[in-house]
Design a protein around this ligand. Structure first.
Ligand code: NAD
Length: 461
């Protein structure tokens, strides 16, 4: 078990000044400070220069801003967040960020650089062909790897104090995946000494983060001004729900986050698995289905009885038996998730959530299909999810989606080719990247065909 640090001036450096960090990690530390424990504060930095206007505004506001939260019943609350003590200005070499990360007072470095910021392929190996990775291999700091390599090399040179590297992105096994990517990156850079130092002087606990945080719309600042009198030029908004589960493996102290509701655990895996299968997969299911019947927002689709039932049946019939036993009350988790998706005040879009289906099916959905078959159960409810995605992609192929579909790994030519084949369902069902071992199962192929028929029947009603 890690212990909270006793030092009076500890810094937690966060890299990635997006909305999520300010609605989540910064909120927890704010709560700890508000409860009288001010031993830690945050220094905020960004790798890319796209956050520079925000960082400038935050610096002018002494790091403070208002967080608006809203419950599914529409109850809004406002809180001025005070945990950011330093705003680090962006520079091309990330010199200021590096200096802060190398200081002994910096004991934890967390980051949110989006799921796409890790450049990992299906086998979780580093995508060496990526232009930003290539630039960083030559010494640039465009990605988390080049940035961390520069920062940790400087730290090793200056004082050699250990530090915890805390991934807060929505990635399965996020700490391990980042560490693996970083080590591969440093192997390619031929830096065995830095690798050995990182091995013994850093930890990368896995974390599970949760709070729906949309991009703040202009009305947020208006409501904040009205409710608080603060003419905040950098407010954020999120749902009232919040959760953070962290593996308690810090190498140089940590804030006493357990005192403000963070769950410090030995293994994050059961929480992560429940979130990915119950929250993320249901979210995609709702977004694909909602789009197919012409809806724009997650809350309207969740409130549509046929769609709600699809998500409910998928979790109840197939996911819960797969994840039992679990330290969580999975049925209660399902109900809370569906209630959160129903929140009309968040206005999250089907377009945002429908994205990246080609990575979400293998990551979020196929494990449940496989485990149902292993138990001797036909995954009827789960098969509806890839069936919805198939019909959704068929609309994309026909140029009939109401918006642009975003998918980091979309192979457009292959998808068009699939729908022009004599039997597109057979091609889809036998895609190993999507369905792994089930791509060779005739039972699965038949089930998928029946499920696609059910989707088309539902749409025709
Ligand atoms: P955002 O768009 O507000 O901010 C994204 C941040 O990431 C920016 O600072 C940007 O400069 C940086 N960034 C983007 N691509 C990068 C790259 N390749 N390398 C380095 N930095 C990069 O997004 P957000 O709402 O803050 O969400 C960020 C991440 O937080 C998500 O991708 C997800 O992993 C996690 N998260 C978000 C939510 C949510 O509801 N917003 C919920 C749970 C987890």
């Amino acid at each position: 078990m890690s212990k909270p640090v006793n030092s009076s001036q500890a810094i937690w450096l966060h890299i990635g000044a997006g909305s999520f960090h300010r609605a989540h990690q910064a909120w927890y530390l704010h709560r700890l400070i508000a409860a009288g424990d001010s031993r830690w504060s945050i220094a905020l930095a960004n790798i890319r220069d796209d956050a520079t206007p925000l960082l400038d505004t935050l610096a002018e506001q002494q790091g403070q801003y208002v967080l608006e939260t809203v419950t599914p019943q529409g109850v809004r609350q406002y809180e001025t967040i005070t945990s950011i003590s330093k705003v680090i200005p962006w520079d091309n070499e990330l010199a200021a960020l590096t200096e802060q990360g190398a200081k002994p007072e910096t004991r934890v470095i967390s980051f949110t650089v989006t799921e796409g910021g890790y450049y990992l392929d299906n086998q979780f190996n580093l995508d060496r062909a990526n232009a930003d990775i290539q630039a960083d291999l030559l010494g640039a700091c465009r990605t988390i790897y080049g940035t961390m390599a520069q920062l940790l090399a400087r730290r090793k040179q200056l004082n050699g104090d250990p530090v915890t590297l805390l991934n807060c992105d929505n990635l399965r096994h996020n700490g391990e995946r980042f560490r693996h990517g970083l080590m591969q990156f440093l192997q390619l850079r031929k830096e065995p000494e830095l690798i050995a130092w990182i091995d013994s002087h850093t930890r990368c606990p896995n974390t599970m983060v949760d709070r729906i945080t949309p991009r703040p719309a202009p009305e947020v600042a208006e409501r904040v001004a009205e409710a608080t009198g603060f003419q905040d030029r950098a407010p954020v908004m999120g749902e009232a729900f919040i959760q953070w589960v962290i593996e308690d493996d810090f190498i140089n102290g940590r804030p006493a986050l357990e005192n403000v509701g963070v769950e410090m655990v030995e293994s994050v895996l059961p929480y992560e698995e429940a979130k990915i299968r119950i929250l993320n997969a249901s979210h995609s299911c709702i977004a694909w289905a909602g789009t197919l019947i012409g809806q724009s927002f997650i809350h309207e689709s969740t409130g549509t009885p046929g769609i709600h039932q699809l998500a409910y049946d998928y979790v109840t019939q197939d996911v819960i038996p797969s994840l039992t036993p679990s330290p969580l009350d999975l049925a209660a988790y399902r109900d809370v998730v569906l209630e959160r998706f129903s929140n009309p005040y968040i206005r999250d879009t089907n377009q945002r959530v429908a994205a990246d289906g080609f990575s979400k099916i293998p990551g979020f959905i196929t494990p449940t299909l496989q485990e149902c078959y292993q138990r001797g159960q036909e995954p009827k409810a789960t098969a509806m999810l890839p069936a919805l995605f198939f019909v959704f992609m068929q609309r994309w192929h026909q140029d009939q989606l109401p918006y642009e579909y975003q998918d980091g790994i979309l192979d457009a030519a292959a998808v068009h080719q699939m729908f022009e084949a004599a039997d597109p369902v057979a091609v889809f069902a036998s895609d190993e990247k999507l369905f792994s071992t089930l791509a060779h199962s005739s039972a699965f192929s038949q089930l998928l065909r029946q499920s696609i028929d059910r989707v088309n029947h539902w749409l025709a009603q």
